[in-house]
Design a protein around this ligand. Structure first.
Ligand SMILES: Nc1ncnc2c1ncn2[C@@H]1O[C@H](COP(=O)(O)OP(=O)(O)OP(=O)(O)O)[C@@H](O)[C@H]1O
Length: 249
């Protein structure tokens, strides 16, 4: 069974001038697959992600995660935004365990897991730091550790590295590759950066604007494990040229 099944999905935002944000979207995401949604600003990438997250409801069509229709947000679908919305008065540890604590889980059920997720995201030495004491990249790591600690099998990432400087962005892409290969989560990753999509994803869906549609599906024919050096290879550049051509069309 696919982790995410989307069929003939459309979304129109109502209003005096309704916005037809998505039209006739078909998409299947396998368990453990890394999918990138790539397209220009306004093509509906965030709308699609918000529908999968359950923040919005489709106007038409079907959307299932693990076979069940999505009716509302849930802990099995963790969302990482461009800015990690951390509680500024809580330290890293308390931010990361906030979800399981609020869900009333006993410490024994989440503590060891939270420590492991903090280790995987390189935060073990920073558990007592407040968000204000961390860089943007470190705050995003906390955001990722938090959804991993929640136990979400599906990670929905909306330009999570879009606000970071170029160097930090590369470090975070490497971190995400390593987290993904260790934990085999299903990831839907929104970006308008072609390099980022090729480096990270198994499959890239290219979207066009107004109304947002999927124009092309690309299987990234690059073996894993992947590293940043890939981005200067011939196969990478050929694929990048192809995608740029398709986006221009
Ligand atoms: N809540 C809303 N109400 C009305 N229109 C909306 C709403 N959210 C998004 N839209 C519109 O839907 C269209 C798609 O927006 P969306 O944010 O999904 O695109 P995007 O591809 O993620 O863009 P960006 O890369 O700039 O974030 C845009 O025209 C946007 O203005």
């Amino acid at each position: 069974m696919s982790a995410i099944t989307i069929q003939r999905l459309s979304k129109t935002y109502p209003g005096a001038q309704p916005v037809h944000a998505l039209d006739d979207i078909d998409l299947q995401v396998r368990q453990g697959e890394f999918v990138a949604l790539l397209g220009p600003s306004g093509c509906g990438k965030s709308t699609l992600l918000n529908l999968i997250a359950g923040f919005e409801q489709p106007s038409d069509g079907e959307l299932r995660v693990d076979g069940k229709p999505v009716a509302k947000p849930g802990p099995e679908r963790g969302v990482v935004f461009q800015e990690a919305a951390l509680f500024p008065w809580l330290n890293v540890w308390d931010n990361v365990v906030f979800g399981p604590q609020m869900a009333g889980k006993p410490k024994a059920e989440y503590e060891a897991h939270a420590h492991e997720m903090l280790e995987i995201t390189g935060l073990s030495q920073f558990t007592k730091h407040l968000p204000v004491q961390l860089s943007g990249g470190m705050r995003q790591r906390v955001g990722i550790a938090r959804v991993l600690t929640l136990g979400s099998q599906v990670l929905l990432m909306d330009e999570p590295f879009g606000a970071l400087d170029a160097q930090t962005r590369l470090t975070m892409q490497e971190l995400l590759l390593s987290v993904w290969s260790r934990l085999q989560k299903t990831v839907v990753f929104v970006t308008h950066d072609i390099d980022e999509a090729i480096l990270l994803a198994d499959t890239i869906y290219v979207m066009s604007a107004r109304p947002g549609r999927i124009t092309t599906r690309i299987d990234v024919p690059i073996e894993r494990p992947r590293s940043l050096e890939l981005t200067t290879s011939d196969v990478f550049n050929r694929l990048k040229r192809d995608i740029m051509r398709q986006i221009r069309h």
